[in-house]
Design a protein around this ligand. Structure first.
Ligand SMILES: Nc1ncnc2c1ncn2[C@@H]1O[C@H](COP(=O)(O)OP(=O)(O)O)[C@@H](O)[C@H]1O
Ligand SMILES: [Mg+2]
Length: 416
């Protein structure tokens, strides 16, 4: 056997022992293709939305919560479920909000992509330099009553042109969609990736859109949208739905589902009560993983993946306490060593680690000076970046903006 094959087989052998085909974890719901199999919990929240959908009037719903809490997963699962149960009575569309796009344009694009047989929808996409969801050769168009096939639409030569009146274009397209479907649901994801002031402005500009005839599901970030904005009677949303961390039992059940989605041989009873269900974890180390991840689905996924990688390297047949600790140490290194972090980011991170938490109230003038800024507000983008890198978390306080290290890094010496 040659060397590569030997290495390859050794590496595979441990997965065989674990009864896993591969590492089942994924950082973002966008990349996960077996969501239905692994999605866990959120029953109360799902039933709230499903309940609302029985009404005739279109509603707008905001799903909000911190990065990695499961907003995209929630929206994906919801739309897939609705489609399954309502069939053609409902038209669902989902889009990630790109920077420099207003909500009407995003809605227009999302809807047009779901109407591949509607010429006008395709024309709109084409003008913006975007492709239809259907391959070109499958598209048909009628000319003079005859059906012709367009083999060569010269898409690339059409200058991308943003719609001049995106809200009106959207309304027109919605009219067409509502002739064929009882309900049109548009999910606009990643409003949380915009900076808070901009997110706010986008929402204000979209008031008419959100009160219109389409259902809207938006995902956001609590920092962009102030409390009264959500709760007041004049609020933009009929239902603001907060997603929080999963409780320990739900986290554990989630871990079981992920592992079960990648079993080589099915486990007869993949129930959380069965210790086999978390193999190669032990029930204790599985619980410990859920605890250090504080029930944040993205962290469970990330740490879980690092732990399995480390355990594979160590050729550990079982993830016992020592292997878990080695895995968590590896996770810490990986998180700290991510590409894209600048010396300033490390400096700020270490400052937060040293202080335990950072806020406008707790930062000193001296520290601000060292960071070369005058006010705390100036370092908010840097702090948010560290949140996105899973190094810090924003504390769930309503008033002040406070950041603390993720529990994985807590109590660790800031040795960079
Ligand atoms: N309820 C859940 N059950 C199982 N996996 C989940 C759940 N919520 C989130 N996840 C997973 O956690 C990771 C982060 O979730 P995601 O939806 O991308 O977070 P967000 O959109 O809030 O940043 C993804 O891999 C996702 O599939
Ligand atoms: Mg998301």
């Amino acid at each position: 056997m040659n060397e590569f094959d030997e290495l390859f087989q050794t590496s595979r052998a441990i997965y065989d022992q674990w009864n896993l085909t591969d590492i089942p974890f994924a950082e973002s719901a966008e990349k996960l293709n077996r969501l239905g199999q692994v999605f866990t919990g959120r029953r109360a929240e799902l039933s709230q939305v499903i309940g609302l959908l029985n009404g005739r009037d279109a509603k707008s719903i905001l799903i909000y919560g911190w990065i990695g809490i499961g907003k995209t997963a929630f929206v994906r699962l919801l739309l897939e479920g609705l489609k399954r149960n309502w069939g053609d009575r409902i038209l669902t569309a989902r889009i990630k909000l790109e920077p420099n796009t207003d909500l009407s344009t995003a809605a227009l694009i999302a809807l047009a992509r779901q109407m591949p047989h509607d010429e006008w929808a395709q024309y709109q996409l084409n003008r913006m330099g975007l492709r239809s969801s259907l391959p070109l050769r499958d598209r048909k168009t009628t000319a003079g009553g005859k059906l012709i096939f367009e083999g060569t639409v010269e898409e690339s030569t059409v200058a991308p042109e943003a719609p001049q009146f995106p809200t009106l274009s959207f309304e027109d397209l919605l009219d067409r969609a509502l002739q064929k479907h009882e309900r049109v649901i548009i999910a606009i994801d990643d409003l949380d990736k915009q900076d808070p002031a901009r997110a706010r402005q986008l929402l204000l500009n979209a008031q008419g859109l959100l009160k219109g005839r389409a259902w809207f599901l938006l995902t956001g970030h609590p920092s962009g949208i102030t409390h009264d904005y959500l709760i007041s009677d004049r609020g933009l949303f009929d239902l603001p739905l907060k997603l929080g961390p999963l409780d320990p039992d739900t986290s554990y059940a989630m871990l079981v589902k992920y592992l079960n989605s990648a079993r080589r041989r099915a486990i007869p009873n993949p129930d959380p009560a069965n210790p086999e269900a978390v193999h190669p974890f032990t029930p204790e180390t599985a619980r410990a993983l859920c605890a250090v991840a504080e029930g944040v689905p993205r962290w469970i996924n990330r740490y879980g993946s690092y732990i399995l990688l480390k355990a594979a390297e160590l050729q550990a047949p079982l993830i016992d306490e020592a292997t878990l600790q080695a895995g968590l140490a590896y996770a810490r290194d990986q998180l700290r060593g991510q590409a894209g972090l600048t010396p300033q980011d490390y400096y700020l991170l270490d400052l937060v680690l040293e202080k335990g938490a950072i806020s406008d109230d707790s930062i000193t003038l001296e520290e601000l000076e060292k960071l070369k800024v005058e006010t705390f507000n100036e370092i908010l983008p840097n702090l948010d970046k560290l949140v996105e890198f899973d190094l810090l978390k924003r504390m769930p306080t309503e008033r002040a903006t406070e950041y603390a290290p993720v529990p994985l890094l807590e109590g660790e010496p800031g040795d960079v």
